[in-house]
Structure formats: structure tokens, C-alpha cells
Design a protein around this ligand. Structure first.
Ligand code: SF4
Length: 887
């Protein structure tokens, strides 16, 4: 892809930070491809990145400011924000207001938000959804290195001989980096160890899987630490020259015999020993960690337990080795750079450091710089609920659905005096609770920078005209600041802000702080526009940036030595009990992002997994008399959700998994974060989203339904429902505990039309099963299908999805009503390869026909040959087929 209409930009989803080429076509559509020159992805994109163009529609976009639900102009809306903030601050002080941002904000938006709150409002009550993502890594880095610095780079994964992935479903959550890793494994034989309670797609590609008990990571790495010392794997020269605190860390580890570690982690002692030996022997080792480590009440200790092992072996700051925190969000790192967390100042400076406060205060000419750390996300919304915070401005995130105790967060916002929401849509649970709604620019419309997990700053460039009255977030904050009488907010562009941000990073730095991008403060507008991806630090004297940090063995602690940190083992905050005997783990799936506000627009992405589910081990399912495709109720002390049952031995007994994506408007009954307690890590404030005691029971449905319709169905009164896009409309999975009073009227309502002629609504009752089938055929075109049964509906769903909007002859009508594909048009099955729309049945069919490898499947069906995100699932299907063949 090349040409004048091609814009180089960056993917807005995960922390890999892939470069994207976006091309405006003559017909107004947009084409998207991976940027071959971007060092994060070298042209690759995963399924989500490849489908970016499908998420750009203006459907459900917020295009105009709204005040009290009524459309208004920007000046009125922002004056109301400024007046509301000013009045509340005058009455209750600066700590009575707050701002909650997002790792989806661009660095420039984040910078201005932080300056506004900490420098001029005078409160550090500004936090971000990145608190849910990597706050424990930040706290762990600071304890060990004296700074929040990721030591390595992506190349290290390709130069390592051993990669240990801890609490990371890399294959699904960071697919492009996973493909880079697999390519390196193919080339140099890199060994891959996955530490995860679940046998994920990543674990299935590994040489060794350690299915630890949830929350036992510290015990695992403390055991490794002791093993390395006992087995002469300590790099004594490095430890003595560049570290301190070894004795204290070792004392906290204590005496850990292998059977004790095995008991604490639930891993077979033989396998533990194999892993420890491997780690001890392989110098080029990278340990990657993600949400399974961070989202824990002991997240910071987990991070330090990992870093301790790297410091002990001196494996840091060198090619092919190091601890590596991979972030979930596209700009979690950029947010950290500007002080987007409540306990940080800007440019990696500290609120509680008088010198830093003085530096920032003078640089900003800020009259009221916050004097102490503010409230972290969970506490911030508790303070909203308790009435201590009376005004909150929420940007680009959906806390009423995504924070722990999400129901309480929604209640708190309902009671809050002034709720301002800046977003691209008004359909989120949080936006629905706003007093003032501000239309923000979305991906393709906004302009600025983001920083990925390897400290690489890239430009996110606009290539679309901003729709309606949508404005950049930095613009709306700056205007409010000006209305409130604050100086220093007269920015005219993102470039203005970036230069100031870069200048602050270098201001009185002199090598004392890790974050220095002073070389970029000199960029003029065209230089900013043309900025190519660069890894910080980028000080004035080194404008090309740094691949690795700490190569010289000097750290940002007072002694310039890295710190071993004592990490005593602690249990998760909430223990299972007789009433709540199972552990709930929440997480992501391959093709959706956060609460689906963007990825949910793509029919292609929605075809992979189209409803909320819970994964449960066969033993636990049997104990509750749950069968595949049943609906289960998952209940904690905080609430309950409903989800489809997937029975699988990939889940450990005693543990279940529910994805975190489904929330209104895609489903109203499956918000996993409603169940989760607000237990947080004491240092990082990151909530424990991976360990919630729950119980399960079978949801006793009177009927189950499967619906396809052209229009978006209204399913609100139904107990269990989940909707997803299809190419021609919508699909829905439904279950309810009572039969409808008048089925015919009910079905017409589902199809959203009461003007249906008798002969347009075909119906069929299966005498044997009592199931009902309806098809809406108008002018010879299939407009809708509804299937209703006392058992979970069995139908060739993907085949039926493809029939909607198509002409339907008399001969095909019975097949459609029966939900059975014919030999001439077989059902592809649930979509596995989103790029080519290849389903599980097609892959299994080819496997039965002799295609035994992923490459052979690729040759026959193309599946897995583009982004590669589905290759691990293809392996799983091939293995299933082999098992069946053997049986
Ligand atoms: Fe986007 Fe996928 Fe790259 Fe992540 S791996 S940045 S989601 S294309």
C-alpha cells in the first residue's frame, strides 16, 4: 500500500503498538494494512488490527455535546463544566473533583489533563484505567530500578533462547508479538515456557506449561530465586557491582523445599525442577509478564519476584534477556510518561519528592501544584460513592462496566453531583450516567503520539475528517482550563503540547531521571508530523533513542544500584469458601477489545466468539449438572452474571474463566466485573481481577433462542441475551425462564415489525422436540430467523448467518427452518480465521482429509496465512481431529 492518500499511523488497541497504513479510497472507504517499516510489527497486523476499517462507521457516534440529555454547543457545554468545577471547588476544595482517564488517550491529551488537574486545580485526583492494566509493573519497576523503566525491547524476544510467559495469553492478547516469537522459535529453537492456571492458546504452543494455582506466582519465583542461588547460577560479579538487598530478599524467601513449592503452586515437582534448571542454564532468558501478574493483590510482589531472578543472574540490559512487562493498552506507557496515575507527577517525577514538585511547578508556572498523591481508581470511585468527590470527568473509558464492583461504580455515578463524560459514543453504561457528554475524536480522526510496551513513541495520525462537532480531548480540557482562568493552556495543536512535554522531560534532568525525550522538544510542526517511531530515552545528545536501558549497570535509585526486593508469599485477598468454592478468573478473547465499543462493530470479529461464556473443567461441570451450551449463573457476594457453558479440561478444576468484554449494549447480564471485589495491591492500587470466589448453578431456562434479524433487536426484558453484528444485521443468543404469552406477537416484536403479512412469516413446529422455527421472508429475501427450543438451540449458525439478506427459494425454506445446511452449502462452523472467514468445520474437514499441519490447512483454505492470530486454534482443532481419528 503506497501513495499520497496513505497515512502512517498506529493501531489503537493493544500495547504492541503496531504501525498501520490507512488509505482513503476513492469511494470514501478506508483500506488498512500493516506498516512494513514500523519496528513493532514489520507489516503484520492481528485480526483486530486488520479489521480496523470495519470499525469506522458513524453509527452510534456521539457527534454533539449534550447537557442534561439535550444537544448543545461546545461553549455552553464547556462553560457548564468550568462553572461546575469552579463552584464545587469553591465550596468543597480541590480534592472534591476528579478526572478519570484512559490508556486509549493520546499522550498529548493525557499531558494536558494531568497539567490541568495536578498543576492548576491543585489535586492529584486524576487516575486512569491503566490502573487496571500495569500499575503493579510500574510499582515493581520503581522499587527495583528507582524508575518506571522497561529495560528491554521486542528484539530481545527474538534473540532469547528461553522465553518465560507469566500470566499472559500472548497468542490472543498480543498476537503480533506472539507471531514474532513463534518465528524466532522456528528459526533458533527458542524454548517457550508458559506459567498460567489455564491451558490457553499460548500454553498449547509452549514447550512447557506450568499450570500454577491462581495467585501463586510469588511462590514459584521465590522458589526459582532460591534454586538459582543454591545451584551456582548467581552472577556474583553483577550482583556485587550493581545491586543491593540480596540478603533481605533471600531472608523473605526463607526455606523453600521443592515439595513445599509444589504444594503452593500446584505444579508437579519434577516439572518445577525442569523449569528451574532450564532458567538456570539458559543465559539468554526473557520473562514476559502481563495481567495475570499485574491484576493481583500481590501484583507488585509478583513483579519484583520475577525481577529478583533477573538481577540475581545479571540478565538485564543485554541482548536477548530481561524482565519484560507487556502492557494491555495502546498508550498505557504514554500515560505513565505524563503522570496519568494519581501517585505520579509529570515526566516520571514524583509527587512526594520536593525537588520534583518544585521543578514541575516552576516549569508549568503552576500556582497550586498538588501536594500529595490522589486517589487511585478503586478508591476514587468509592470517594465518588461516599460523596467526597462531587464532580468527575471521565475520558475514553467505561468504569461503570470495567472497574471491580462495577454495579457500585454505576450507583456512585448516579448519585454524583456532576458527571462529565468525553467519549466517541453515548451508548456505554458510563455515558448513560453523564450530566454532560462531550464528543471526542476517535481513531483516524485524532492526532498525537502513543508509546508502546518497548518505550517506542509513534505517531497516531488523523486521516479522516472529524465528524460532527467532535474535538480532541486536549482541546476540551484546555478550553475548560481557560474558562477557569488558568494560564498556559493556549495550545493550538498536538505538536505544541508534545514539544512542551518533551521539554519538561529534559528540564533540569541532567541524567537524573530515566524519562528524557529532550531531543524531540526541538521538533517543529513538520518534524512532529514526520516523526518516525523512536524508543525513549531520547535526550538531546542522543536523538536516535535507546533499545535497552541499564546496559551500563546504573539504575535510578539513590545508590545507582538495582534493588532486590523481599517478596514474602501472600494469599489472594479473598479466599474460596464452602459457599463460594470456585475461583473466577476474568480476561480477554482474541477478537474483541475492552467493552467492544469499536470491535463490536465488526461482523468479522464478532463471528469468532459471539456471546459471553464461562470455561469450566468437566469435573466441576458434572458436579453442578452443567452440560455444554447450558446457561450458568455465576455468583459472587457482589452479584451474579449469566454466561454460556464451555466445558473444557483447559481449565483447572476449581477454577472458571469469564471474559470481561460483554456489557451493555451487547449484553446486559454478563458483566464479569460486577462480580469482582475492589481488593487492590497495597502499593500499586491495582485491583485483583483474577481471583474472585464464586459459585455456579444451572440457569433453568424455560426456553432458549437463536435470532437473526436485519434490524437491531430490543431484548431488554429477557433474562439472558447477547447480540453481535453480522454482515447483514444482527445475531442474538437468548434464554428466558418464562414462556412468552403470545408467541406470534413475541416473534414479530423480535423482528421489530408488527406489519408482517401472514404469508411473510413462515413457521414450523418440530413435533418430536417441541421446538419452534420462524423465518421472515419479504419480497423473496430472507429477513430474519428465530429458533426457540426447550434445549439449547442446535443449528448451523454460520450457514444461517450467511443466508440473511439473500433470496430464498421455496426449495431452501425447509432447510432454513430446520437450521440445517446442505451438502451443497455446508456450514463452516464458528469462525476461527477472521481474515478469510474460515470456520471450525472447514478446518476439521480438511484435517480429516489429510491436512495434518497448520501450513497444510493454510495451503488448502488460506486459514492462518495472513495475521496468524488463529494458528494456535488451528493446532487445537488438528489435535482434536487426531484424537477422534485415533478413537
Ligand atoms: Fe493492534 Fe493487534 Fe498489533 Fe495489538 S497486535 S497493536 S491489537 S494489530
Amino acid at each position: 500500500m503506497a501513495g499520497p492518500d496513505v497515512t502512517r499511523t498506529t493501531c489503537p488497541y493493544c500495547g504492541v503498538g503496531c504501525g498501520v497504513l490507512a488509505a482513503r479510497q476513492e469511494d470514501g472507504t478506508v483500506g488498512v494494512a500493516g506498516d512494513p517499516d514500523h519496528p513493532a510489527n514489520f507489516g503484520r497486523l492481528c485480526s483486530k488490527g486488520s479489521a480496523l476499517a470495519e470499525t469506522l462507521s458513524l453509527e452510534e457516534r456521539l457527534l454533539t455535546p449534550r447537557l442534561g440529555g439535550t444537544e448543545t454547543d461546545w461553549q455552553t457545554a464547556l462553560s457548564a463544566v468550568a462553572d461546575g468545577f469552579s463552584r464545587i471547588i469553591a465550596e468543597h476544595g480541590p480534592d472534591s473533583v476528579a478526572l478519570y482517564g484512559s490508556g486509549q488517550l493520546l499522550t498529548e491529551d493525557y499531558y494536558v489533563a494531568n497539567k490541568f488537574m495536578k498543576g492548576f486545580i491543585g489535586t492529584a485526583n486524576i487516575d486512569t484505567n491503566s490502573r487496571l492494566c500495569m500499575a503493579s509493573s510500574v510499582a515493581g519497576h520503581k522499587r527495583a530500578f528507582g524508575s518506571d523503566s522497561v529495560p528491554g525491547c521486542y528484539e530481545d524476544l527474538e534473540q532469547a533462547d528461553l522465553v518465560v510467559l507469566v500470566g499472559s495469553n500472548f497468542a490472543w492478547c498480543h498476537p503480533v508479538l506472539f507471531q514474532r516469537l513463534l518465528a524466532a522459535k522456528e528459526k533458533r529453537g527458542t524454548r517457550l515456557v508458559v506459567v498460567d492456571p489455564r491451558r490457553t492458546a499460548t500454553a498449547e504452543a509452549a514447550d512447557m506449561h506450568l499450570p500454577i494455582h491462581p495467585g501463586s506466582d510469588v511462590a514459584l519465583f521465590n522458589g526459582l530465586f532460591a534454586f538459582l542461588l543454591e545451584n551456582d547460577a548467581c552472577d556474583e560479579a553483577y550482583v556485587s557491582a550493581h545491586t543491593e538487598g540480596l540478603a533481605e530478599a533471600l531472608a523473605a524467601v526463607g526455606d523453600l523445599p521443592m515439595p513445599e513449592i509444589a504444594q503452593q503452586t500446584g505444579v508437579d515437582p519434577l516439572r518445577l525442577r525442569q523449569f528451574y534448571r532450564l532458567f538456570a542454564e539458559v543465559e539468554r532468558t526473557v520473562t514476559i509478564y502481563s495481567q495475570g501478574v499485574n491484576q493481583s493483590s500481590a501484583g507488585t510482589d509478583k513483579v519484583n519476584a520475577i525481577i529478583n531472578c533477573h538481577l540475581l543472574t545479571g540478565r538485564i540490559g543485554r541482548e536477548g534477556m530481561g524482565p519484560f512487562s507487556i502492557t494491555g493498552q495502546p498508550n498505557a506507557m504514554g500515560g505513565r510518561e505524563v503522570g496519568g496515575l494519581a501517585n505520579q507527577l509529570a515526566a516520571h517525577m514524583e509527587i512526594e519528592n520536593d525537588t520534583h514538585r518544585d521543578t514541575v511547578s516552576r516549569f508549568w508556572d503552576a500556582p497550586a501544584l498538588a501536594a500529595r498523591p490522589g486517589l487511585k481508581a478503586v478508591d476514587l470511585f468509592r470517594a465518588v460513592g461516599e460523596g467526597e468527590i462531587k464532580a468527575v470527568w471521565i475520558m475514553a473509558t467505561n468504569p461503570a462496566a470495567s472497574l471491580p464492583e462495577a454495579g457500585k461504580v454505576a450507583d456512585a455515578l448516579r448519585r454524583c453531583e456532576l458527571v462529565i463524560v468525553s467519549d466517541v459514543t453515548a451508548t456505554t453504561r458510563t455515558a448513560a450516567l453523564a450530566d454532560i457528554l462531550l464528543p471526542a475524536r476517535g481513531w483516524g480522526e485524532k492526532d498525537g503520539t502513543v508509546t508502546n510496551s518497548e518505550r517506542r513513541i509513534s505517531r497516531q495520525r488523523a486521516f479522516l475528517k472529524a465528524p460532527g462537532a467532535a474535538k480532541p480531548d486536549w482541546w476540551s480540557i484546555s478550553r475548560v482550563a481557560q474558562y477557569m482562568g488558568f494560564a498556559g493552556f493556549d495550545y493550538t495543536s498536538a505538536a505544541d503540547i508534545f514539544r512542551e512535554h518533551a521539554a519538561l522531560s529534559a528540564f533540569e534532568n541532567d541524567g537524573t531521571r530515566d524519562f528524557d525525550i529532550g531531543a524531540l522538544a526541538r521538533l517543529d510542526d513538520s518534524g512532529y508530523d514526520a516523526l518516525t517511531p523512536v524508543q525513549w530515552p531520547v535526550p538531546a545528545e542522543n536523538p536516535v533513542g535507546e533499545k535497552r536501558m541499564f546496559s551500563n549497570g546504573r539504575f535510578f535509585t539513590e545508590s545507582a544500584r538495582a534493588q532486590f526486593v523481599p517478596t514474602p508469599v501472600r494469599d489472594p485477598a479473598s479466599a474460596i469458601s464452602a459457599s463460594f468454592p470456585l475461583v473466577l478468573n476474568t480476561g480477554r478473547i482474541r477478537d474483541q477489545w475492552h467493552t467492544m465499543t469499536r470491535t463490536g462493530k465488526s461482523a468479522r470479529l464478532s463471528a469468532h466468539i459471539s456471546e459471553p461464556f464461562l470455561e469450566i473443567h468437566p469435573d466441576d461441570a458434572q458436579a453442578e449438572k452443567l452440560f455444554p451450551a447450558d446457561i450458568a449463573c455465576v455468583e459472587s457476594v457482589r452479584g451474579k452474571v449469566l454466561a454460556r457453558v464451555h466445558v473444557t479440561d483447559r481449565q483447572k478444576p476449581g477454577n472458571i474463566f469469564v471474559p470481561m468484554h460483554w456489557t451493555a449494549p451487547f449484553s446486559d447480564c454478563a458483566e464479569a466485573d460486577r462480580l469482582v471485589a475492589g481488593n487492590v495491591d497495597p502499593l500499586s492500587g491495582q485491583p485483583e481481577l483474577k481471583h474472585t470466589p464464586v459459585r455456579i448453578s444451572k440457569y433453568k431456562a424455560a426456553w432458549y433462542g437463536f435470532l437473526l434479524s436485519r434490524g437491531k433487536p430490543d431484548l431488554a426484558p429477557i433474562d439472558y441475551w447477547a447480540i453481535a453484528r453480522t454482515t447483514a444485521g444482527w445475531r442474538a443468543e437468548i434464554a428466558h425462564k418464562e414462556m412468552p404469552e403470545a408467541t406470534d406477537t413475541f416473534v414479530r416484536n423480535l423482528f421489530g415489525c408488527d406489519d408482517v403479512d401472514e404469508d411473510e412469516l413462515l413457521s414450523y413446529r418440530d413435533i418430536a422436540t417441541g421446538s419452534l422455527r420462524f423465518a421472515l421472508v419479504r419480497n423473496g429475501i430472507l429477513d430474519g430467523i428465530f429458533m426457540m427450543s426447550g434445549e439449547p438451540v442446535a443449528a448451523a449458525r454460520t450457514w444461517l448467518v450467511d443466508r440473511i439478506g439473500q433470496p430464498v427459494g421455496a426449495d431452501a425454506r425447509f432447510r432454513i427452518l430446520a437450521g440445517q445446511a446442505g451438502a451443497d452449502q455446508p456450514d463452516p462452523g464458528a469462525i476461527v480465521c477472521s481474515c478469510f472467514g474460515i470456520g471450525v468445520n472447514q478446518i476439521a474437514g480438511e484435517a480429516f482429509d489429510g491436512a495434518c499441519t497448520v501450513d497444510a490447512i493454510g495451503d488448502r483454505l488460506n486459514a492462518g496465512t495472513n495475521c496468524g492470530s488463529c494458528r494456535a486454534e488451528i493446532v487445537r482443532i488438528l489435535e482434536n481431529v487426531n484424537v477422534k481419528k485415533a478413537v
